[in-house]
Design a binder for this molecule. Structure first.
Ligand code: ACO
Length: 322
């Protein structure tokens, strides 16, 4: 399979910032407990008219502007697909992807749909985008891949064990096909059907709030991240020496700290920004990637691993040249 090239990124966070101290006025918690267990200091939470589709659109606008700057061949009329990873869509239907198509006046020949795979969603969307480019016939095409989430809509703000962990936001990445020999795109994924440890909904008397067994999710996260990174490296004949960055789902710094200990000398490659964003679920990897480009960390030709885990229980990992 050919690789892909990232030509534009952007992210968008709600205006309102909620700190750990703010939350301590709502539930019985404190900054020391939250920060020491999660690495989170604050999160952005929607207010006013902000919603999954508005954040998706504004992050995509930034990515499109960025793509025009980076690639003289790019035009938004050449976007052949828009995929939005989300589980907190503004509407049951139409999809957020269709709203993005309308708001950004993207071509009507476009594929546009949402991908619901909880926190694993963006990495699945990235993989779906790479598959789309692989099978596309005709002129050069671009795919807009978005992760957008308003987790605050699912939180019970009297449950201190979960409401302190999440935030809202969106990230967008625009990719095109790269046929050069040095460009790679490989993926691995898995699902352990489990509706007990992490779920949210109203089916069968459910209250519509997120419910989580934190300890079990923690163990699954570490096992799946470790397993995915190890297998991707083995299957691609690579070592951590060949990788520039690992962009993990930004759920919790303790989880990432535990994974990076397996790669002494490479700890600096594990990016983290949950301190100010918290866990934005399907948006977290996309926001992290856009944040890394903005900070000048990610550069064309680098090799990265993106890896996420979440409800399902599911995991997905991609090794790619950006
Ligand atoms: N503030 C203060 N005390 C709290 C809080 C809080 N916000 N939440 C729980 N506690 C208390 C508990 O009640 C418990 O008290 P007790 O001993 O008197 O019963 C004590 O703190 C310890 O609770 P634990 O749940 O054992 O705390 P732990 O150290 O395991 O940390 C945490 C909890 C942070 C949730 C951890 O289990 C974790 O990180 N799990 C992974 C969660 C995750 O990544 N979820 C998202 C992934 S999936 C997705 O993204 C949708």
């Amino acid at each position: 399979m050919s690789g892909v090239k990232v030509i534009g990124t952007g992210y968008s966070l709600p205006v309102k910032v909620v700190t750990n101290d703010d939350l301590s006025k709502v539930v019985d918690t404190n900054d020391e407990w939250i920060y020491s267990r999660t690495g989170i200091k604050s999160r952005h939470i929607i207010s006013g008219d902000e919603a999954v589709h508005t954040l998706a659109v504004s992050s995509a606008e930034k990515a499109i502007k960025n793509a025009y700057e980076n690639d003289s061949d790019f035009s938004k009329d050449k976007i052949i697909a828009v995929y939005v990873a989300t589980m907190t869509s503004s509407y049951v239907f139409p999809s957020t992807a269709c709203i993005v198509q309308k708001e950004l006046e993207l071509p009507e020949s476009i594929k546009a749909f949402d991908i619901s795979a909880a926190c694993t969603g963006f990495v699945y969307a990235l993989q779906t985008a790479a598959d789309t480019l692989q099978t596309h016939v005709g002129d050069e095409g671009y795919v807009l891949v978005i992760g957008s989430e308003c987790m605050s809509r699912t939180l019970n703000f009297s449950d201190r064990s979960s409401c302190v962990l999440f935030g809202d936001g969106a990230g967008s990445v625009i990719i095109k096909k790269d046929d050069s020999e040095s460009s790679v795109f490989m993926q691995l994924s898995g699902t352990e059907g489990n509706t007990e440890v992490l779920h949210c909904g109203t089916y069968n008397g459910g209250d519509g709030y997120l419910h989580m067994d934190g300890g079990k999710v923690y163990k699954f996260a570490i096992t799946s991240l470790n397993g995915a990174i190890k297998k991707l490296l083995e299957n691609s004949g690579s070592t951590m020496e060949d990788i520039d960055y690992v962009v993990c789902h930004q759920a919790n710094s303790r989880i990432i700290d535990s994974v990076k200990k397996k790669y002494p000398g490479h700890e600096h490659k594990f990016f983290m920004n949950m301190e100010t964003c918290a866990n934005t679920s399907a948006a977290s990897v996309s926001i992290a990637m856009a944040d890394m480009y903005e900070k000048g960390l990610l550069k064309s030709g680098m090799k990265i691993i993106t890896v996420a885990f979440g409800a399902g229980l599911s995991w997905n990992a991609v090794l790619m040249t950006v």
